[in-house]
Design a protein around this ligand. Structure first.
Ligand SMILES: [Zn+2]
Length: 748
């Protein structure tokens, strides 16, 4: 290596706050004798391996056949060894046993696959990775000879159970001796709820099944454990990390921080949520020691970058949260956040990628992005931020056992698995049975022609039911699929990019316009099966805005509470959305240069209707006499509340839809048509969200509102250049919130 003589240098960074997080270590345990039958711990883990108490505890529970286990422990606590080592011992001892290891993301599966292979390399055990990154040929081979350890994602497991005609493979998938769910918190919401029911069903089929759950952030472990019918132990581990200097600044100083990173001798990770921003920055950064890591890179490139980084051939990575789960790189010293991450869980998870050794020292640089509401809020509430970080605040995992949509799929799935009598279904879906929901769901399955009855038994109608279930599983992941946009150009089609599908049935419908970089494209065709939108560039200068009418009806109230002047209801809703009119405004200039805007009625009105049933939250504001409430105030309030809720309860932006009923002063927050189970969390946290919204607004120094504390006035993604006539209505919002929160005493 060339020796570089370093010049003296100095950067001045404006820190809002700095504090130290003390190093934490786990209790060690050298005394306890653990009765491994097949494994020699020293050989397997090396002579230097230090045993922690949580590990010997987990080993004893697993080896002594002592039921199931929950192990929530911070990063660096050795959770992987806690579970994997005794599992190896059991599998070596019992040749007929096998384990399914469910890992929520593909990237983490691949990483753990390599680690497990290393650990099991001296045994006769075989590890198989079965997910969408594996070739068809390799998958077929695995199906014919599944072995002792299989790594699989929850959705692949369910999809395979439905899709297969191979009876041995079906038996293998539905009768594991053990299941290990790693990073359980990452399945929070729809996927976690489905997973909970799947585990219950498999347990009823095979009561000797043992399930091990591990997670870095699971604040509601007791509650989650109570949802499963089997006896289980909970080991609460601490976490393990070195001393961390925590710096809070703003993204204005990003370049300076980057400069510090480059000059520092430790490796660094810079977390940036936005992939495009990462690509932008990486082209500007000239240093060869820095690369990037995100889900849009091809698998092999991503692997190569990560392995270079692990071998210390790279100094730093600009990365998304794709790297945040489980991936373990000992050399990382500095962690930078470009903006506050989506949640506290993510903040801790990502912080945990660095300073993993008790004796090490490292830094975390949290650079707040003042264009975001929550960052702005924390900028003016630094004490609160500090407290939340020091007390390890994290969001609970959401399991919503009364979610109708999920029940529709999972009851059908249970019947497929052989829970085919009412008695068995009652046992599995106890909560739904107690609320009479189970009977409704079964009736619905009859009406839809997915099941029939033969004596005491429900029969599964193979083709229709399979199709329904495969579709159901595709929608289990939060968020929506992206649609690829193809534009016709000179007789061929060119890829224009992607848009999210959340609004497609009614906003991006056929005959409307899609606008990108000042060009307007006419939407010719939407192919939802292939996830494609076909467009052709339009010569005419149109701007268009679609009007939709939404009818939201409350079907069944589940919970009600009153908070000051607000009525808050959790309920089942029915939603109908239909385009009232697609308005096309034609801009043409007259000879005098004036602009004529002409409104054209749409011929597509009413064609693309969207109906769905879901769960949601309704807020009713008490009426104030002689004081009409402006519709836009309610609209803006809904948007701001949702922005704050996103950060407070870890709701991603595609998971909640909001509607309003302005005459009756009501706001609805609904789970999307593919439900997420977040409305319950919204219901429980709404007072805090309202209060935070008030504080965000008052914390901003602007008069009347600005894009920081309020929302961008027109945020329809199809119309980035559309200028709404609306204005910021901060004063009216504040007045409304003050009335809502009047007696709370928490306002100054
Ligand atoms: Zn403002």
């Amino acid at each position: 290596m060339v020796d570089i003589v370093r010049k003296e240098w100095q950067v001045r960074i404006h820190w809002l706050d700095r504090f130290t997080i003390d190093a934490e270590d786990l209790e060690r345990d050298n005394e306890t004798e653990v009765p491994f039958k097949q494994i020699n711990i020293k050989e397997l883990l090396g002579p230097k391996f230090v045993k922690y108490k949580i590990q010997t505890q987990a080993w004893l529970i697993i080896l002594n056949d002592d039921g199931s286990l929950f192990l929530p422990a911070g990063t660096g606590a050795g959770k992987t060894e806690s579970i994997f080592v005794p599992v190896l011992d059991i599998l070596l001892e019992n040749k007929n046993a096998h384990i399914l290891i469910m890992i929520p993301t593909k990237a983490l599966s691949q990483d753990l696959d390599l680690r497990f292979r290393k650990m099991a390399s001296n045994s006769e055990l075989t590890i198989q990775l079965y997910n969408s990154s594996v070739s068809r040929k390799a998958k077929a081979k695995i199906r014919n000879k599944p072995r002792e350890i299989m790594i699989i994602t929850p959705d692949t497991l369910m999809g395979s159970i439905i899709g297969t005609r191979n009876e041995d493979w079906y038996e293998y998938l539905t009768r594991p001796s053990m299941i290990w769910i790693d990073e359980f918190h990452a399945t929070s919401g729809t996927l976690g709820t489905a997973l909970c029911y799947l585990i219950r069903s498999l347990y009823i089929l095979n009561p000797s099944l043992r399930v091990f759950f591990t997670s870095a952030t699971l604040p509601n472990t007791l509650e989650i454990a109570s949802l499963f019918p089997f006896p289980s132990s909970i080991i609460s581990g601490g976490s393990r990390h070195g001393e961390i200097q925590f710096h809070i600044g703003t993204i204005r100083d990003f370049e300076k921080v980057l400069d510090v990173m480059v000059r520092d001798d430790g490796q660094f990770l810079i977390f940036i949520e936005n992939k495009r921003k990462i690509e932008d920055l990486i082209t500007k950064i000239k240093s060869g020691g820095i690369d990037r890591y995100h889900a849009d890179l091809p698998d092999n490139e991503r692997h190569l970058i990560l392995s270079k980084f692990s071998q210390n051939q790279l100094d730093g990575l600009l990365c998304t949260s794709a790297i945040s789960l489980g991936i373990d790189i000992p050399g990382v010293k500095n962690i930078v956040f470009y903006g506050f991450p989506r949640s506290f869980s993510l903040l801790f998870q990502e912080m945990g990628r660095g300073t993993r050794d008790y004796n090490s020292r490292g830094n975390v640089y949290l650079l707040l992005d003042e264009s975001k509401l929550i960052d702005l809020y924390y900028k003016s509430h630094l004490e609160e931020l500090k407290r939340d970080i020091n007390t390890h605040r994290s969001e609970p995992v959401i399991i919503d056992l009364l979610n109708k949509k999920i029940l529709q799929g999972m009851v059908l799935f249970a019947i497929k698995l052989g829970l085919d009598t009412l008695e068995k279904l009652k046992e599995n879906f106890q909560e739904a049975h107690n609320s009479t929901l189970l009977e409704q769901i079964i009736t619905w399955l009859f009406i839809k022609g997915l099941i029939t009855k033969n004596g005491d038994k429900y029969e599964y109608f193979k083709e229709a039911a399979d199709e329904f279930l495969l579709d159901f599983i595709k929608n289990l992941r939060p968020g929506f699929p992206k649609f690829k946009i193809w534009a016709a150009q000179d007789g061929r089609e060119v890829e224009l990019g992607y848009i999210g599908a959340e609004n497609i049935p009614y906003r991006a419908c056929k005959g409307n316009y899609y606008i990108k970089e000042d060009k307007r494209y006419f939407i010719k065709e939407i192919d939802s099966n292939r996830g494609e939108i076909h467009v052709v560039q339009s010569k005419e200068h149109y701007i268009s805005k679609n009007l939709v009418s939404s009818v939201v009806s409350l079907v069944n109230e589940l919970k009600f509470k009153k908070y000051l002047d607000l009525g808050i209801r959790l309920a089942d809703f029915k939603v109908q959305v239909r385009p009232k009119m697609l308005r096309n405004y034609e801009n043409s200039e007259t000879s005098e240069g004036t602009l004529i805007i002409e409104e054209k009625p749409s011929k597509y009105g009413g064609v693309f209707e969207l109906n769905y049933e879901t769960k949601g939250l309704l807020i009713e504001f008490a009426p104030v006499q002689n004081e009409p409430l402006n519709q836009m105030v309610l609209y803006q309030l809904a948007m701001i509340l949702l922005q704050n809720a996103r950060v407070m309860i870890n709701v991603s932006e595609n998971e909640v839809d909001c509607f309003q009923h302005h005459e009756r002063r009501m706001l609805y927050f609904l789970d999307r048509s593919c439900p997420t189970g977040v409305s319950q969390q919204l219901y429980e946290n709404i007072e805090e969200i309202l209060l935070k919204t008030y504080q965000v607004l008052t914390a901003c120094v602007c008069k009347g509102g600005c894009e920081k504390c309020s929302i961008p006035l027109e945020s329809n993604f199809l119309q980035p250049n559309f200028n709404s006539n609306d204005i910021y209505r901060k004063e009216e919002l504040l007045a409304l919130l003050r009335r809502c929160l009047h007696e709370s005493g928490s306002l100054e």
